[in-house]
Design a protein around this ligand. Structure first.
Ligand code: 13P
Length: 252
């Protein structure tokens, strides 16, 4: 029996204006008001954080940001710090998403600095890792993930690691409609948990939630959640519609 509270998180990416995001959040609050056994998080764009927080602050839904800069403040035009997103109501922050790695030069060392910055700002990091299609085809999945994890969490204490969430998102399954088979996902999640047990300790590894991300839909969440090391989902496209997202949240 899994003793980790399942978590379903929505990454809204670069979608939704402020009014759209606020409306979406309001609908979601009413659709999931009866859910008390799944932790819910939504990560709208920065511009909608405070508006969405006003709508969800009295509900059980947590707010997350999609990125942060590693410095607290400074002359970094266009960047947002952990202190800023925390003050906007965020509890979580997504770090190292593959789209940031792919398009915005988010190398492992930066992921590591951002994780530290998040923890310093009292934010819980959702650390994303995942292999590309060619890496999977050339059987490099585990070595790629090990490197992302090793460098990403370098220097973290047990307590710091324990407050993080990991999201396994195979790049080839993001927005493509191709989901990893539940077996493929379970195999990787188990590998990641073993990595955490070796690098940190067994208790930490057993307590950390590992989410799956990549074309999660109401139709595949049930089977994914039936596997022992899959503790939830980080949902992109299907989190943009509150009805669909609420069906994923109510997967049981
Ligand atoms: P999709 O659910 O649209 O495949 O996106 C997954 C993702 O990138 C969540 O962070």
């Amino acid at each position: 029996m899994r003793n980790r509270t399942p978590m379903i998180a929505g990454n809204w990416k670069m979608f939704k204006t402020c009014p759209e995001a606020v409306n979406n959040a309001r609908t979601l609050v009413s659709l999931v008001s009866d859910v008390d056994d799944v932790e819910i998080m939504i990560a709208p764009p920065f511009t909608a954080l405070t508006g969405v927080f006003d709508v969800i602050s009295q509900s059980a839904i947590h707010l997350g940001a999609q990125n942060l800069h590693w410095e607290v403040e400074g002359a970094f035009t266009g960047e947002i710090s952990g202190k800023m997103i925390y003050s906007a109501g965020c509890r979580y922050v997504i770090i190292g998403h593959s789209e940031r790695r792919q398009y915005f030069g988010e190398i492992d060392e930066r992921v590591n600095r951002k994780i530290n910055a998040a923890l310093d700002a009292h934010l819980l990091p959702v650390i994303c890792v995942g292999e590309s299609e060619s890496e999977r085809e050339s059987e490099k999945t585990f070595s790629v993930l090990d490197k992302q994890m090793q460098k990403g969490v370098e220097g973290l204490t047990l307590d710091q690691m324990g407050s993080a969430v990991i999201a396994y998102e195979p790049v080839w399954a993001i927005g493509t409609g191709k989901t990893a088979t539940p077996q493929q996902a379970q195999e990787v999640h188990e590998h990641l948990r073993n990595f955490l047990a070796n690098r940190f300790d067994e208790t930490t590894a057993q307590n950390i939630r590992i989410l799956y991300g990549g074309s999660v839909k109401p139709g595949n969440i049930g089977e994914l959640m039936s596997l022992p090391d899959i503790d939830g989902a980080l949902v992109g496209g299907a989190s943009l519609d509150p009805e669909t997202f609420s069906k994923i949240i109510k997967y049981k």
